[in-house]
Design a protein around this ligand. Sequence first.
Ligand SMILES: C[S@@+](CC[C@H](N)C(=O)[O-])C[C@H]1O[C@@H](n2cnc3c(N)ncnc32)[C@H](O)[C@@H]1O
Length: 219
Amino acid sequence: MTLRSKVEISGHWAPYYDRMMDLLFLGTYPRFIAEVIAKMGIQPGDEILDLGSGTGRNARLMLDSVGSTGHIIGVDISPQMLHRARRRCECYPQISFVEQRIEQPLPFTEEFDKIFISFVLHGFEDEDKRRIIANARNALKQNGSLWILDYNEFDLEKVYWPLQWLFRHLECELATEFLQLNLAQMVAEGGLKPFVSHKFLRGYVRLLGAQKQINERSN
Ligand SMILES: C[S@@+](CC[C@H](N)C(=O)[O-])C[C@H]1O[C@@H](n2cnc3c(N)ncnc32)[C@H](O)[C@@H]1O
Protein backbone atom coordinates (compact mmCIF):
# COMPACT_ATOMS: atom_id res chain seq x y z
CA MET A 1 0.00 0.00 0.00
CA THR A 2 1.44 3.38 -0.98
CA LEU A 3 0.88 6.82 0.47
CA ARG A 4 -1.31 7.47 -2.56
CA SER A 5 -4.02 5.51 -0.76
CA LYS A 6 -6.03 6.18 2.39
CA VAL A 7 -8.10 3.00 2.28
CA GLU A 8 -6.14 1.09 4.91
CA ILE A 9 -7.80 2.24 8.12
CA SER A 10 -6.12 1.35 11.35
CA GLY A 11 -4.79 2.81 14.60
CA HIS A 12 -6.72 5.64 16.09
CA TRP A 13 -9.03 6.12 13.07
CA ALA A 14 -10.74 2.71 13.31
CA PRO A 15 -12.93 3.51 16.36
CA TYR A 16 -14.30 6.57 14.57
CA TYR A 17 -14.96 4.99 11.15
CA ASP A 18 -18.67 4.23 11.64
CA ARG A 19 -19.31 7.61 13.21
CA MET A 20 -17.53 9.35 10.35
CA MET A 21 -19.65 7.49 7.78
CA ASP A 22 -22.81 8.33 9.73
CA LEU A 23 -21.81 11.98 9.73
CA LEU A 24 -20.98 12.03 6.02
CA PHE A 25 -24.28 10.33 5.17
CA LEU A 26 -26.22 12.46 7.69
CA GLY A 27 -27.23 9.33 9.59
CA THR A 28 -28.55 7.46 6.56
CA TYR A 29 -25.57 5.11 5.97
CA PRO A 30 -27.22 1.87 7.23
CA ARG A 31 -30.35 2.66 5.17
CA PHE A 32 -28.16 3.31 2.11
CA ILE A 33 -26.29 0.00 2.52
CA ALA A 34 -29.60 -1.83 3.07
CA GLU A 35 -30.81 -0.37 -0.24
CA VAL A 36 -27.60 -1.55 -1.93
CA ILE A 37 -27.89 -5.04 -0.45
CA ALA A 38 -31.48 -5.30 -1.68
CA LYS A 39 -30.18 -4.85 -5.25
CA MET A 40 -27.75 -7.78 -4.92
CA GLY A 41 -30.47 -10.42 -4.92
CA ILE A 42 -29.01 -12.29 -1.96
CA GLN A 43 -30.87 -15.56 -1.31
CA PRO A 44 -31.30 -17.45 1.96
CA GLY A 45 -28.42 -19.89 2.23
CA ASP A 46 -26.03 -17.79 0.12
CA GLU A 47 -22.32 -17.83 0.91
CA ILE A 48 -21.00 -14.26 0.87
CA LEU A 49 -17.48 -12.88 0.95
CA ASP A 50 -17.05 -9.24 2.02
CA LEU A 51 -13.66 -7.88 0.91
CA GLY A 52 -12.38 -5.04 3.09
CA SER A 53 -15.14 -5.73 5.59
CA GLY A 54 -14.25 -2.86 7.93
CA THR A 55 -16.20 -2.72 11.17
CA GLY A 56 -18.54 -5.56 10.08
CA ARG A 57 -21.52 -3.28 9.71
CA ASN A 58 -22.20 -4.38 6.12
CA ALA A 59 -21.85 -8.06 7.05
CA ARG A 60 -24.35 -7.56 9.87
CA LEU A 61 -26.73 -5.83 7.45
CA MET A 62 -26.47 -8.75 4.99
CA LEU A 63 -27.27 -11.31 7.67
CA ASP A 64 -31.06 -11.05 7.37
CA SER A 65 -30.79 -11.82 3.65
CA VAL A 66 -28.68 -14.99 4.00
CA GLY A 67 -30.78 -16.26 6.91
CA SER A 68 -29.75 -18.98 9.30
CA THR A 69 -28.34 -21.28 6.59
CA GLY A 70 -26.08 -18.79 4.80
CA HIS A 71 -22.65 -17.52 5.78
CA ILE A 72 -20.73 -14.28 5.48
CA ILE A 73 -16.96 -14.10 5.69
CA GLY A 74 -15.33 -10.69 6.01
CA VAL A 75 -11.71 -10.17 5.02
CA ASP A 76 -9.73 -7.18 6.27
CA ILE A 77 -6.14 -6.30 7.04
CA SER A 78 -6.67 -3.92 9.94
CA PRO A 79 -6.58 -5.60 13.38
CA GLN A 80 -8.49 -2.65 14.83
CA MET A 81 -11.28 -2.89 12.24
CA LEU A 82 -11.39 -6.68 12.67
CA HIS A 83 -11.62 -6.29 16.43
CA ARG A 84 -14.66 -4.06 16.07
CA ALA A 85 -16.21 -6.36 13.43
CA ARG A 86 -15.78 -9.47 15.57
CA ARG A 87 -17.24 -7.73 18.59
CA ARG A 88 -20.22 -6.47 16.59
CA CYS A 89 -20.97 -9.92 15.11
CA GLU A 90 -20.01 -12.20 18.01
CA CYS A 91 -23.64 -13.32 18.51
CA TYR A 92 -24.00 -14.51 14.91
CA PRO A 93 -22.29 -17.83 14.10
CA GLN A 94 -23.00 -17.30 10.39
CA ILE A 95 -20.52 -14.38 10.30
CA SER A 96 -16.76 -14.73 10.63
CA PHE A 97 -13.71 -12.65 9.78
CA VAL A 98 -10.27 -13.37 8.37
CA GLU A 99 -7.17 -11.19 8.64
CA GLN A 100 -5.67 -11.12 5.17
CA ARG A 101 -4.63 -8.72 2.41
CA ILE A 102 -7.22 -8.90 -0.36
CA GLU A 103 -4.70 -8.25 -3.17
CA GLN A 104 -2.78 -11.34 -2.15
CA PRO A 105 -4.01 -14.87 -2.98
CA LEU A 106 -7.08 -15.73 -0.90
CA PRO A 107 -7.62 -19.13 0.73
CA PHE A 108 -10.92 -19.67 -1.15
CA THR A 109 -11.73 -21.46 -4.41
CA GLU A 110 -15.23 -21.50 -5.94
CA GLU A 111 -16.90 -21.12 -2.54
CA PHE A 112 -19.05 -18.01 -2.75
CA ASP A 113 -22.35 -17.08 -4.38
CA LYS A 114 -21.65 -13.37 -4.04
CA ILE A 115 -18.67 -11.21 -3.25
CA PHE A 116 -19.14 -7.66 -2.01
CA ILE A 117 -16.46 -4.99 -1.97
CA SER A 118 -17.60 -1.63 -0.71
CA PHE A 119 -15.55 1.59 -0.82
CA VAL A 120 -12.29 -0.33 -0.97
CA LEU A 121 -11.24 -0.86 -4.60
CA HIS A 122 -10.63 2.86 -5.32
CA GLY A 123 -7.67 2.81 -2.92
CA PHE A 124 -5.49 0.39 -4.91
CA GLU A 125 -3.08 0.78 -7.79
CA ASP A 126 -4.50 -0.70 -11.02
CA GLU A 127 -2.32 -3.82 -10.87
CA ASP A 128 -3.66 -4.54 -7.36
CA LYS A 129 -7.22 -3.85 -8.50
CA ARG A 130 -6.68 -6.52 -11.17
CA ARG A 131 -5.32 -8.93 -8.55
CA ILE A 132 -8.36 -8.32 -6.32
CA ILE A 133 -10.73 -8.94 -9.24
CA ALA A 134 -8.82 -12.14 -10.11
CA ASN A 135 -8.97 -13.27 -6.47
CA ALA A 136 -12.71 -12.59 -6.41
CA ARG A 137 -13.21 -14.53 -9.64
CA ASN A 138 -11.32 -17.47 -8.21
CA ALA A 139 -13.32 -17.41 -4.97
CA LEU A 140 -16.70 -17.28 -6.76
CA LYS A 141 -18.75 -20.34 -7.62
CA GLN A 142 -19.66 -20.73 -11.28
CA ASN A 143 -22.44 -18.18 -11.97
CA GLY A 144 -21.58 -16.36 -8.74
CA SER A 145 -21.37 -12.58 -8.85
CA LEU A 146 -19.04 -9.80 -7.77
CA TRP A 147 -20.64 -6.61 -6.46
CA ILE A 148 -18.49 -3.49 -6.39
CA LEU A 149 -19.87 -0.50 -4.51
CA ASP A 150 -17.65 2.52 -5.07
CA TYR A 151 -17.34 5.91 -6.73
CA ASN A 152 -18.87 6.14 -10.17
CA GLU A 153 -17.05 7.77 -13.07
CA PHE A 154 -17.58 11.56 -12.92
CA ASP A 155 -15.84 14.86 -13.53
CA LEU A 156 -14.74 16.17 -10.13
CA GLU A 157 -14.33 19.69 -11.55
CA LYS A 158 -18.06 19.82 -12.29
CA VAL A 159 -19.16 18.77 -8.81
CA TYR A 160 -20.83 21.35 -6.51
CA TRP A 161 -17.88 22.99 -4.73
CA PRO A 162 -18.58 21.90 -1.09
CA LEU A 163 -18.69 18.25 -2.22
CA GLN A 164 -15.59 18.77 -4.34
CA TRP A 165 -13.81 20.29 -1.35
CA LEU A 166 -14.86 17.36 0.86
CA PHE A 167 -13.70 14.79 -1.69
CA ARG A 168 -10.32 16.49 -2.18
CA HIS A 169 -9.73 16.76 1.59
CA LEU A 170 -10.99 13.34 2.64
CA GLU A 171 -9.99 11.20 -0.28
CA CYS A 172 -6.67 10.07 -1.68
CA GLU A 173 -4.90 10.52 -5.02
CA LEU A 174 -5.94 7.03 -6.12
CA ALA A 175 -9.60 7.83 -5.46
CA THR A 176 -9.36 10.87 -7.74
CA GLU A 177 -7.80 8.69 -10.46
CA PHE A 178 -10.55 6.08 -9.91
CA LEU A 179 -13.14 8.63 -11.12
CA GLN A 180 -11.64 8.31 -14.62
CA LEU A 181 -11.39 4.52 -14.62
CA ASN A 182 -13.53 2.35 -16.89
CA LEU A 183 -14.22 -0.15 -14.11
CA ALA A 184 -16.68 -2.27 -16.12
CA GLN A 185 -13.96 -2.80 -18.73
CA MET A 186 -11.37 -3.74 -16.10
CA VAL A 187 -13.82 -6.22 -14.56
CA ALA A 188 -14.63 -7.71 -17.99
CA GLU A 189 -10.91 -8.06 -18.75
CA GLY A 190 -10.67 -9.95 -15.44
CA GLY A 191 -13.07 -12.62 -16.74
CA LEU A 192 -16.31 -11.44 -15.14
CA LYS A 193 -19.26 -10.17 -17.15
CA PRO A 194 -20.74 -6.87 -15.92
CA PHE A 195 -24.52 -7.25 -16.11
CA VAL A 196 -25.99 -4.49 -13.99
CA SER A 197 -25.09 -1.02 -12.76
CA HIS A 198 -27.12 0.85 -10.14
CA LYS A 199 -26.44 4.48 -9.40
CA PHE A 200 -26.85 6.04 -5.96
CA LEU A 201 -26.35 9.46 -4.39
CA ARG A 202 -27.03 11.51 -7.52
CA GLY A 203 -24.91 9.13 -9.57
CA TYR A 204 -21.68 9.72 -7.65
CA VAL A 205 -21.72 6.16 -6.32
CA ARG A 206 -22.31 3.01 -8.34
CA LEU A 207 -23.03 -0.61 -7.55
CA LEU A 208 -21.59 -2.72 -10.37
CA GLY A 209 -22.65 -6.37 -10.60
CA ALA A 210 -20.55 -8.79 -12.65
CA GLN A 211 -21.04 -12.50 -13.13
CA LYS A 212 -18.64 -15.39 -13.36
CA GLN A 213 -19.81 -17.38 -16.36
CA ILE A 214 -20.02 -21.15 -16.48
CA ASN A 215 -16.66 -22.45 -17.63
CA GLU A 216 -16.22 -19.44 -19.89
CA ARG A 217 -12.46 -19.84 -19.90
CA SER A 218 -12.39 -23.55 -20.64
CA ASN A 219 -14.87 -23.31 -23.54
C1 LIG B 1 -13.06 2.62 3.54
S1 LIG B 1 -13.11 1.17 4.52
C2 LIG B 1 -14.58 0.37 3.93
C3 LIG B 1 -15.14 -0.59 4.93
C4 LIG B 1 -16.45 -1.26 4.52
N1 LIG B 1 -16.29 -2.04 3.32
C5 LIG B 1 -17.54 -0.25 4.35
O1 LIG B 1 -18.08 -0.10 3.25
O2 LIG B 1 -17.91 0.38 5.35
C6 LIG B 1 -11.83 0.21 3.78
C7 LIG B 1 -11.55 -1.10 4.51
O3 LIG B 1 -10.67 -1.88 3.70
C8 LIG B 1 -9.64 -2.40 4.52
N2 LIG B 1 -8.44 -2.62 3.69
C9 LIG B 1 -7.66 -1.67 3.12
N3 LIG B 1 -6.66 -2.24 2.44
C10 LIG B 1 -6.81 -3.57 2.57
C11 LIG B 1 -6.09 -4.69 2.08
N4 LIG B 1 -5.00 -4.53 1.33
N5 LIG B 1 -6.52 -5.93 2.40
C12 LIG B 1 -7.62 -6.09 3.19
N6 LIG B 1 -8.34 -5.08 3.68
C13 LIG B 1 -7.96 -3.82 3.38
C14 LIG B 1 -9.43 -1.35 5.58
O4 LIG B 1 -8.79 -1.86 6.73
C15 LIG B 1 -10.85 -0.89 5.84
O5 LIG B 1 -11.47 -1.65 6.83
